[in-house]
Design a protein around this ligand. Sequence first.
Ligand code: PMT
Length: 300
Amino acid sequence: MLKFWEDFFLKNTPSKEAVVQLESLKSFTTEHKHKNSRIALVTSGGTIVPLERNTVRFVDNFSAGTRGSISAEYFLKHGYAVVFMYRPKTLEPFARHFSTLSLLDTLEEKSDLICVKKEKLQVVKNALTGYSKAKGENKLHYLTFTTLSDYLWLLREVSQCLSVFGKDALLYLAAAVSDFYLPTELMPVHKIESSGGPPTITLEIVPKMLKPLVNLWAPDAYVVSFKLETDVSRLIDKCKAAIKNYSHKMVIGNMLQTRRHKVVLVDCSSVNEITAREEEEIEEKIVKELCDKHQQFIDM
Ligand code: PMT
């Protein structure tokens, strides 16, 4: 009998857009393998689960891409090459400082010129310097997904691609990934008609991909997953259960309500809370801790 996750890939094929993106990834990883770079895959944003093949309606998973985009910047600061796999229209590294309205807030008109306001100069400079450095050194590679099936397909392909880095690869899975989906063969081709009355839609469980990821796709990589909960009494137990089930290196637990200033890092032997003040970015501390742990793992 086929394993659940193999069955998922047989029944849910990737879009052309997902497949096309792999070519450019290969030249990025080849370059960084030659340079002996450390490499991080950062996933960010939420997946959608379509309810129709010609999709008008879908089920969404919550994530603005804040965690992933900020973390990607800090991995770059620590010298990693970064594959940033994200949902379009969620936050991107460096550009995150300038959402459409706040971009206009940084600018002013002076005579015939458009200038950056003096009080915004530092923010713009920092973002521009970081972005130009990452671009100039070809250290930041973007991949995009929207649907659950593209996300999981890309996750498999990218982690297999990064497996050549052995212990130098770190996978940081901050994207919010749906646990439920509607298999393609059960999806109506066209928009569900309201004239048919309220629809009954039965979603199926998505197989957890952490197991094949850790055992088969990138067995030597340092794998970090996230756990999002809304009931605080379940958080630590769920993180511990994930470590036990998948035997990866670290689970970062966070509560929906407090995720910006409190997380808990759980590995097979410890539970370590990290907090941040209002003006701090908690991702700076998370990434610093992970880079240290990754170094220890490489040195073992
Ligand atoms: O982007 P922000 O707004 O800043 O929010 C950040 C965040 C709250 C989304 C992020 O910090 C976070 O918690 N992301 C993980 C959310 C999530 O999908 O949790 P989960 O319990 O559904 O999944 C746990 C892990 O299993 C995840 O690492 C996921 O990659 C993995 N998974 C999930 C589904 C699946 N079929 N296979 C998997 O391997």
